[in-house]
Design a protein around this ligand. Sequence first.
Ligand code: ADP
Length: 175
Amino acid sequence: MNAMIRDRIRVLVGDITTLEVDAIVNAAKPTLLGGGGVDGAIHKAAGPELLEVCRKLKGCPTGQAKMTRGFRLKATHIIHTVGPVYSGGESGEPELLRGCYQNSMTLARDHQIKTIGFPCISTGIYGYPKLDACNIAVKMVINWLEANEFPENVLFCCFNPADAKIYEAELARGH
Ligand code: ADP
C-alpha cells in the first residue's frame, strides 16, 4: 500500500453513533428492524424515524447493503449491511463479509460520500473471528481505495482498544 492510500484510512476507538461523517455503516440484522450491539445503538441514537423508514426497505440479504438518512445522528447517512453469521468459515462467510464492505463502498461511491465509518462487522453477536474479519475488511478497503476516488476517507471505528490494535497491525502489514 502506498502512503497516499494509507493517509485515507484511520483507525479509531469509540462509539460509531457519535461520528460526524457523511456515512456510518450499520452491522444490521436481515430484517433491518434493529437488534442488539451496534445495530441497537444506531437505532437508539437515530430515533424512531429510522425504524419507520427501515420497515419500508423490506429487509436486506446477507452481504448486501441499503442506505438511509441518518436522522438524529450527526452522520448524514447510514449504510445498513448484513454480515454473515460465522459457522466455521466454510459456508461462504468470507465472500459474504467481503460483500458487505464492497457493497457499502459502492453505495458510498455512488453518492459521492467523502468519509465513511465502519464498525467491525460480524465480529460481535455473529461470532466472526476478529483477525480474519479484519483481514478481509482491510484488504477490500485498500483495493477499493487504489481504484476509486470515493469515498475519500475510511474510518475503522473499533469499540475497544484491542480491536483497534488488530486493525493497526493489519494496516502495518501493508498488503
Ligand atoms: P454483528 O451481529 O455483526 O456481530 P454486533 O453489533 O454484535 O454485530 O458487533 C459488531 C461489532 O460492533 C463488535 O466488534 C462490537 O464490539 C461493535 N460495537 C458494538 N457497539 C458499537 C458501537 N456503539 N460503536 C462501534 N462499534 C460497536
